[in-house]
Every structure is written in C-alpha cells, then in structure tokens.
Design a protein around this ligand. Structure first.
Ligand SMILES: [Zn+2]
Length: 283
C-alpha cells in the first residue's frame, strides 16, 4: 500500500482552515491521507457576550471544542498554538513555534508533504502575520541549527496558498481546482461546528444577529446557501485552472503553489490535491 501523505493546513483562527479547505480535507482523509489543522490563535476575542468579555479563557475553551469537532467532521486533527486572538506578531517565539509545529508532523526529518495557508495579502492582521510566519518558517525548516531540539527536515514540503478574493496586490490566480461536490455536505457539517462564530459572533459583527434562525435545520440550510455562494466565486474564478479535476463541478476549492516551497511534479500535485482525472479546457 502507498504511504499516506501528511498535509498540514495553517490558519490564524480556529475556523479558517475548514472554511477554506474543508472539501480538500475530506477528500484527502477519505483516501487515507493524514491532515492536521493548526490555528495560531485560540480565538479568544471572537464574541460579544459579557461572560466571555469577563473571562476570555472561557471562549477559548469553547472554541477549542468547536475546532476539534469541526476537524473531526472532515477526518483531520487539530492543534492550537494558543496565541491570543488579534495578537499574532512575527516575533521569535511564534516563528520558532511554527517551525517546530511543521517539523513535528509526519516522519522525523521528513515532515509534512504539503503545507497550505493563506496569502500575506488579507484584510485581517492575524491572517497577514500568520502567512508571514509560515513564509518565514519555510526555509528554516531545513536548517539544523534553527530550533535544534526538533529534528530538521531533509526535504522541503510543497507549500501552497488557499484561494482568496483580494486584489490590491494582484488577484489570486488559481492553479489547481479541486471539485468538492462529493464532500460538500461534510464541509457544511464541519463549518457548522463553529456555533460561536457562524451563528453568534459573525452575524453580530455584521449587524445581522436578529436574522439568525433559531432551529438547527434552518441554520444548516442557511449555512449551506452561504457556503455554496462562497464556492460559486471560486468555481467561476477557477475555470481555467491548469490542473482541474472536474470543470463541470458546481463547487470547487482553488489553490496555487507558493514558490518558496519544493517544486512538485504534476503527478505529485494530482495526488496531493486528489485530482484523479484531469478535466480538459472547454471554451
Ligand atoms: Zn480568520
């Protein structure tokens, strides 16, 4: 049997990874590969309730449970580096924590096959600095005298960015499109685990708390519609992606390779992104 791949997905907040990569995660774990979600922060500022303002650690504890449930729903595990929400900085302790975290997943000295994260261009300061931390960690993964307590890697991972809609420093150009229709319900179930965010904080922050349905079935239906709309943007943007698993798919997740990691062959990319067959360009 082929060795399973190790894929690490790194986000700033406990809900970033499944929102952006939940479909790919479900497809990878469904094929026997190992996926680990990492959140730099514990999300302890993402709420408005008095009980959490009085004691943010209670929110962090709730979000840890939500994130573990969400990761499990798509077959991944989850670890949190426990930085306070809104307080990600590119400093020595956090950079070293990211290096150790990446090195520690997969076989010693080999590490993960693939690391996925957001681009450094983003509206949220935590997202920007998380991306910078991962970029800064990449080369150092292979340097023996950096964090010598954790075995250095003898091979750079492939590094990739998940899709975003920001254009200020150049629009995201999708390179790989992963069709996720077959696992879409699993992605919805995963994201729905973040109750404190999807049905409380984010609607509150947008001034729409009154519009959140009370019952679970209605909430799930609304979330599914929101994720389908989000997927539609990716599907349209990705139609010309170089590696596309199914150009007729209704929903895709799109990725592009970051030039600071190892340059993979197309065969490797197809395995890492679950592209079983290639869909030809049709215009
Ligand atoms: Zn986030």
């Amino acid at each position: 049997m082929e060795q399973p791949l190790h894929i690490m997905i790194i986000g700033a907040h406990p809900d970033d990874n499944e929102l952006n990569c939940g479909g790919l995660t479900a497809r990878l774990t469904g094929r026997g590969h190992k996926v680990r979600y990492v959140s730099i922060t514990n999300g302890d500022k993402g709420h408005f309730a008095d009980e959490y303002i009085a004691d943010p650690s209670r929110l962090a504890a709730r979000r840890l449970t939500e994130a573990k449930n969400a990761a499990a729903a798509v077959g991944a595990d989850y670890i949190c580096l426990d930085v306070h929400d809104g307080e990600v900085y590119v400093d020595k302790p956090t950079t070293e924590a990211v290096i150790r975290t990446i090195r520690s997943f997969g076989d010693p000295g080999k590490g993960p096959d693939l690391v996925i994260f957001n681009r450094t261009v983003d509206y949220h300061r935590d997202h920007r600095y998380t991306a910078q931390l991962v970029v800064d960690a990449t080369y150092m993964l292979t340097v023996p005298m950096m964090c010598p307590d954790t075995p250095f890697l003898t091979r750079m991972p492939v590094v990739a960015h998940w899709f975003d809609v920001f254009t200020e420093h150049g629009a995201f150009i999708p390179e790989i499109a992963v069709p996720i229709d077959d696992v879409f319900d699993q992605k919805v179930d995963s994201v729905a685990c973040h109750i404190s965010q999807l049905f409380e904080w984010l609607p509150y922050n947008a001034g729409q708390l009154d519009s959140v349905p009370a019952d679970d079935a209605a909430r799930s239906k609304r979330l599914r519609e929101q994720l389908l709309a989000r997927a539609a943007v990716r599907t349209v943007a990705s139609k010309d992606a170089r590696l596309h698993g199914d150009r007729t798919a209704i929903s895709v997740e799109a990725y592009r390779i970051c030039e600071y990691g190892r340059r993979p062959s197309d065969d490797e990319l197809r395995r890492m992104f679950t592209i079983d067959g290639l869909s030809p360009l049709i215009h």
